[in-house]
Write a protein that binds this ligand. Structure first.
Ligand code: FPP
Length: 259
């Protein structure tokens, strides 16, 4: 009954009653690219009377778990919203902590990522990142650039509207200097000016913590993406949650505007 009620209200997706196995999922189509808005770290910490940063730290461990599983399932790209252009508005102590997380994550898990053939990438305005964050990421990008497994794409200091405006400015500049003809601007060309460049558009978007909005995340790229929302807070998100999301994705009929 609760399940039906939630469905009718359009609130976060209920879980399927049955536990989904990896084998079940592998029988169906695996989404090529999954994007995740990792939300609810603060609430997870608050529920436990812990400081917000404890939630972020726990969330970092989930990144490792979900990367591993996505790679094992044959997902080609995983884009994770780790820090938005709006997140600078948070208290300095929290921002400083969030900026240390990529470093801690990569110091701890880079050897494992290399072994598992994961390729690390970043999208966002790198120029505003603290030097230590930038250096840790650059090192990981360099060490994993030839890896052929999952692309682990961190959206860090990322905002979709800025991304789109920057693309428009670049295109305008190229039209002005004669290197681009305005009538050659189409969806493919426009996409190539975005930060996702060679990555295909996400097939599946997951947002945790019960919030149902995009928060300036991949507005162009998500045009035909399937959405899956859950009330689970990011630090509680686990392998079963990912399997549930993919299972739901596999039940959907994607028509891309056709019939
Ligand atoms: C939103 O939750 C979460 C963030 C702004 C940060 C997400 C970062 C991680 C999960 C760790 C990233 C790890 C690496 C390796 C970069 P919130 O703080 O807004 O939660 P709330 O809505 O409950 O307050």
């Amino acid at each position: 009954m609760l399940k039906l009620f939630r469905k009718l209200k359009g609130s976060p997706q209920p879980f399927n009653e049955k536990e989904i196995s990896k084998e079940d999922i592998l029988k169906g189509e695996i989404p090529n690219h999954i994007a995740i808005i990792m939300d609810g770290n603060g609430r997870w910490a608050k529920k436990r009377a812990l400081p917000r940063i404890a939630g972020h730290h726990e969330g970092m461990k989930v990144v490792r778990k979900i990367t591993k599983q996505a790679n094992e399932l044959g997902v080609k790209a995983l884009t994770l919203y780790a820090f938005s252009t709006e997140n600078w508005k948070r208290p300095k102590t929290e921002v400083d902590y969030l900026m240390k997380l990529p470093e801690e994550f990569l110091n701890t898990y880079l050897p494992e990522l290399v072994k598992e053939n994961v390729q690390v990438r970043i999208m966002g305005d790198k120029s505003k990142l603290p030097k230590h964050t930038f250096n840790a990421i650059e090192k990981a990008i360099k060490e994993t650039k030839n890896n052929k497994g999952l692309v682990l794409n961190f959206a860090l200091n990322y905002g979709s509207r800025t991304e789109i405006i920057t693309a428009v400015q670049e295109i305008a500049k190229n039209v002005e200097n004669g290197s681009l003809e305005s009538n050659s601007i189409d969806e493919t060309l426009f996409s190539s000016y975005l930060m996702t460049q060679s990555l295909r558009d996400p097939d599946l978007l997951i947002r945790t913590s019960g919030e149902i909005r995009l928060s300036n995340f991949m507005l162009w790229q998500l045009a035909y993406t399937e959405f899956w929302f859950t009330e689970v807070l990011w630090p509680d998100f686990n392998e079963q949650c990912l399997l549930q999301a993919i299972y739901t994705y596999q039940q959907r009929g994607r028509r891309f505007g056709g019939i």
